[in-house]
Design a protein around this ligand. Structure first.
Ligand SMILES: *Cc1c(COP(=O)(O)O)cnc(C)c1O
Length: 368
């Protein structure tokens, strides 16, 4: 269906205005966006247009009741000039699951990937190339019907926008500090929306995150909503603990976002022969391991955060710190993951969707 979508190019690119040496996360957007509309039970009018404002009436139910879902992935440009999109079919599947949970229509995985490839072909100059930089791709699906009835919309719009980004956390700061949250809840432990990338979960997280920030922490470590006892995840990343040689991460039980980075790191860990356990881990076990010195490393994993070392954790007023952050495994996993993503290391699991770019073809032709 995408073979006949229209492309309206910008008259003048904004790329000259961008300071690629200083890219805050998600404030600058590339020239173009993909969009298509849903009505009468089907998607129609796929097109690529200049990035810009959209029109919505204040009476649009989505603005009130939150029928939205999004996703997030990255494109990289390697030293070989090839653009690589990391595991987009995983994001397509997750967006599908998010939309299904919210009574929203889903986007076919093939259409999803084709649209991203088309956007990358057009905006490839926006993929930054310095260490730690990438083009962050943000698919977004929203209801667009104007009504105040509490029921699913009948019309929707799908967008894919992209943003050149640098590191999500300042890696030079020597690790992230977390506050384990024992009052507020991000998502219900049973029967909630925690597995979906939808606005409700992020709205629910703001107050706790602000309070943590005022107390000097970077992020909140969420605990389960029933007992505030078991570790779930961090605001935008999944969490891993290395205790006594074994890496432990909480299981996907419906309240945790099933991260693509989480899945990828578990594969890389198994490849290395490092024992990995997906199991419930109580905050008391984490604090005990920190106190006794059995805790070797803690790291977060997410598309934005990549592999982020955790340096400090506070729970109920007790702050404990790790030494030698980032630890060797955190550092190795970061290097291996980004090496695969940029094409500097072999892609042995076939994770990258490669998009040959005009210069890359020229380089390859010259080499022949
Ligand atoms: C996106 C996200 C993650 C990380 O998922 P990735 O697919 O690795 O980017 C983890 N937790 C939350 C709450 C998220 O929104």
């Amino acid at each position: 269906m995408l073979s006949d979508f229209t492309i309206t190019r910008v008259r003048k690119s904004r790329i000259g205005e961008v300071d690629f040496d200083n890219l805050p996360f998600g404030y600058v957007f590339s020239d173009h966006m993909f969009t298509m509309a849903f009505a009468d039970g089907r998607w129609h009018s796929p097109e690529i247009v200049p990035y810009g404002p959209i029109q919505l009436e204040p009476g649009a139910a989505m603005l009130h009741y939150g029928q939205t879902a999004f996703d997030g992935l990255k494109a990289f440009r390697g030293p070989d000039g090839v653009a690589r999109i990391f595991r987009p079919e995983m994001n397509a599947r997750r967006l599908h699951d998010s939309c299904a949970a919210l009574c929203m229509p889903t986007v076919d995985a093939e259409v999803f990937c084709q649209a991203i490839v088309a956007l990358i072909e057009l905006d490839h100059a926006w993929i930054p190339q310095k260490e730690g930089q990438s083009l962050y791709i943000r698919p977004l699906l929203i209801g667009t019907e104007v009504h105040l009835d509490v029921r699913p919309d009948r019309t929707f719009r799908f967008f894919i926008i992209s943003a050149p980004v640098g590191a999500y956390f300042d890696q030079s700061a020597g690790g992230v500090s977390l506050k384990a949250e024992d009052r507020y809840t991000r998502a219900a432990a049973v029967g909630g929306l925690g597995f979906a990338k939808t606005s409700a979960n992020y709205a629910a997280s703001m107050l706790a995150a602000e309070e943590a920030r005022e107390e000097g922490f970077d992020q909140v470590l969420w605990l389960d909503s029933n007992e505030h006892r078991y570790v779930e995840e961090v605001g935008a990343m999944n969490i891993f603990f290395k205790i006594g040689g074994t890496v432990i991460t909480p299981p996907l039980g419906g309240s945790i976002l099933p991260g693509v980075t989480r899945d990828s790191l578990m594969t890389l860990l198994r490849d290395r022969g490092v024992p990995v356990e997906e199991r419930r881990i109580a905050i008391d076990e984490v604090m005990d391991a920190l106190r006794s010195g059995a805790m070797e490393e803690i790291f977060g994993a997410g598309t934005g955060a990549v592999v982020s070392p955790v340096a400090r954790l506070q729970y109920r007023g007790e702050a404990l710190a790790l030494e030698n952050v980032p630890g060797p495994l955190t550092r190795d996993l970061y290097a291996e993951l980004t090496g695969i993503q940029t094409g500097r290391l072999p892609d042995r699991h076939g994770w990258n969707l490669r998009v040959p770019l005009p210069q890359a073809e020229a380089v390859a032709a010259a080499a022949r």
